[in-house]
Write a protein that binds this ligand. Structure first.
Ligand SMILES: [Zn+2]
Length: 273
């Protein structure tokens, strides 16, 4: 478990530094606000999310997995009596794929259920999309997501290895596909067969509802294709696409830590119409 934290933190820092450097050298779009005006709020959400989930969800996902395996709880613990390499591989691979489908649907529900959208809207209210946007989630969303993942781990009896792989990948992909960089269109179209690129994810951050209700995937683009929410092109170019929320203008005040935390409770238009 100690190794798990070391792996998670080092992968996180490496991808963060690489993405932030690429954004500084070759930015895809210009931000209205200065970097420090958004970054303090966005990065504070990681810390607050971790603190709140520690307080509210006492067991870690790995802890739930170990408990499930010791007590024969969950699908994989019940069906695989043996610990053969093949059985372990199948359990890890299947769990990772199923977690990804669950997170795709969780994200889709955060857009369609009005009370969940109030919480997730804070992520979409960022006036600019860069790698720190990939960390800007309201602590309530972090806790809901953790509870969903905890239930999935217990029901599946998912191995610890699957949790480590999935959490590292989910975090890494979030930093990657929110980065303010642009892959040349030809390569972007090829990569889009497999993964959600930065350009595809910016379509998800568009102010236009038909565009933001697309490209829900965090990693592979397959779920959006299978569940019919994939959008290869936006109505406007990637440079000019209107990003953010029209009722949350790009001001220093709206980017503050307190504003981010209070946003789900504000009176501003919150229906995802
Ligand atoms: Zn979203």
């Amino acid at each position: 478990m100690e190794n798990e934290s070391i792996i998670r933190v080092s992968v996180f820092l490496t991808i963060f530094v690489v993405m932030a450097t690429l954004e500084a050298l070759l930015p895809a779009r210009k931000a209205v606000l200065a970097r420090k005006e958004r970054w303090v709020g966005n990065l504070s959400m990681v810390v607050l999310g971790a603190v709140v989930s520690r307080l509210l969800v006492p067991a870690s996902l790995a802890g739930i997995s170990l408990w499930a395996s010791a007590n024969n709880v969950g699908l994989f613990n019940m069906v695989s009596a043996n610990e053969s390499a093949v059985a372990v591989f199948v359990a890890v691979a299947t769990s990772v794929v199923l977690f990804d489908i669950i997170i795709y649907w969780q994200h889709r529900l955060f857009h369609t259920v009005p009370i969940l959208w109030k919480v997730h809207k804070m992520h979409h209210a960022d006036s600019h999309v860069d790698t720190t946007t990939g960390l800007r989630f309201h602590p309530i969303e972090i806790v809901i997501s953790l509870a969903v993942k905890a239930a999935a781990v217990a029901i599946l009896g998912a191995p610890v290895m699957a949790i480590v792989i999935f959490e590292v990948a989910l975090n890494g992909f979030s930093l990657f596909n929110h980065a303010n960089i642009r892959i040349p269109q030809k390569w972007d179209d090829k990569l889009s067969w497999f993964i959600i690129t930065q350009r595809l994810h910016r379509i998800h951050h568009s102010q236009a509802k038909d565009e933001s209700n697309s490209n829900f995937g965090f990693s592979v683009s397959w779920w959006d294709k299978i569940f019919r929410s994939f959008k290869a092109r936006a109505s406007d170019s990637d440079e000019n696409l209107l990003i953010g929320q029209s009722d949350v203008p790009p001001t220093k005040k709206n980017a503050s830590v307190l504003s981010l935390l209070l946003q789900p409770f504000s009176k501003a238009r919150s229906v995802n119409e």
